[in-house]
Design a protein around this ligand. Structure first.
Ligand code: ACO
Length: 331
């Protein structure tokens, strides 16, 4: 896969420290060894040292050169507790509560990223998306000038010509249940920037709906229309258009009929879904029916990169998401 090769090479060229808070999980351990061997990142496993070492032995995984951070014995725990308390005291956090919370590997890993003991974090082989996002939103927060954290998938559709020779970015399929039109505009802009900066493609962004250029009237369509106008106004340098039905967005013949004046219709390579139900269902439909590879959900908009895995992920998926996270950390 050409894109993944490029990203692996980019990750190797400027190695970053990526923390894996599910340190005693089998696929994570296998992935950690591979990441270390390939030189994609400096991995830090979080968890009980004895449990991790025993599990690695059972699996025949070599952990030489891989750091293990054990919240129970870490000399950084106090600093993490204090910082977490400071960040959340206005929300009713106490030092006692913070001491308990920060020992949770996901919070511990997130604090490592916050205090620059790691450059990024990848989790989700065991935990849910919400489990990863909550500490991220509370601790890392959004990057300057970014109003909302969202997610994207890189979809690789074998044998397809749609998008960029079968590669498309889908967003938001994992984070915001029902974005406002302002948030939808922000999600479109963030995904366009991700397409440019991470995937190195010229983004053509379609704002998806069940209506194409006024063919239907409904408050749900209005939201997409307003988001499109706002995104265009905020970023006139980007190719963003809508509202578009999926076929008008990616099929040239349909686009010629339904949206002949659009500079995106028929050739979109970034698809923005109006809400999480359509986005989540949409990516899974393509993944299953078209046998597409779905890389993600990757997060965008955080001040520092933290990324999720699907609980059904393989160790190779973890390797790829770590490489992507390392490249996100380079900027
Ligand atoms: N961007 C930026 N900040 C946000 C966002 C966002 N998207 N969402 C919430 N926040 C902020 C809030 O303002 C709040 O800040 P504060 O505590 O400093 O005031 C903080 O984050 C926590 O917000 P809550 O509303 O308490 O968090 P919530 O319990 O709603 O959880 C979450 C947020 C986890 C993102 C939730 O919306 C969620 O569960 N989303 C869906 C995740 C999911 O299940 N995805 C589908 C499965 S994934 C898959 O299939 C691949």
């Amino acid at each position: 896969m050409e894109l993944m090769n490029k990203l692996w090479n980019a990750a190797k060229a400027d190695r970053k420290r990526i923390v894996l808070p599910e340190g005693d999980e089998e696929r994570t351990l296998v992935a950690a060894e591979k990441i270390h061997e390939l030189g994609l990142a400096d991995v830090i496993l979080v968890g009980d040292k004895d449990i991790i070492n025993n599990k690695a032995k059972e699996l025949g995984v070599k952990l030489e050169g891989i750091e293990i951070a054990d919240p129970k014995t870490s000399d950084r725990l106090e600093a993490y507790v204090n910082e977490f308390y400071e960040l959340r005291k206005n929300k009713g956090m106490t030092v006692e509560k913070a001491e308990k919370i920060v020992r949770d590997p996901l919070y511990f890993g997130t604090m490592m990223v916050k205090l620059d003991d790691a450059d990024g974090m990848v989790s989700g082989a065991v935990h849910t998306t919400g489990d990863l996002l909550r500490p991220g939103l509370q601790i890392i927060k959004t990057a300057p000038g970014v109003s909302v954290v969202s997610s994207f998938f890189i979809m690789m559709v074998p044998g397809s010509k749609y998008g960029e020779e079968g590669m498309l970015l889908f967003s938001d399929c994992a984070v915001n249940p029902n974005p406002t039109y302002e948030q939808l505009a922000a999600i479109a802009i963030a995904t366009a920037d991700t397409a440019k900066n991470l995937c190195k493609i010229e983004p053509r962004v379609a704002m998806l709906s069940f209506s194409t250029m006024g063919s239907a009237d409904h408050e749900m369509v209005d939201k997409v229309r307003k988001a499109t106008e706002l995104a265009k106004e905020l970023r006139p340098d980007l190719l963003i258009d809508g509202e578009l039905q999926l076929d008008a967005a990616i099929v040239e013949k349909v686009a010629n009929q339904k949206a002949p004046n659009s500079n995106v219709a028929g050739k979109a390579n970034v698809l923005i879904f109006p809400d999480l139900q359509s986005g989540n269902i949409g990516y899974k439909l393509v993944q299953r029916f078209a046998n597409a590879e779905a890389i993600g959900p990757m997060c965008q908009g955080f001040a520092k990169p933290i990324n999720d895995l699907s609980r059904g992920c393989s160790s190779d998926d973890i390797v790829n998401v770590v490489a992507l996270t390392a490249v996100q950390a380079q900027k």
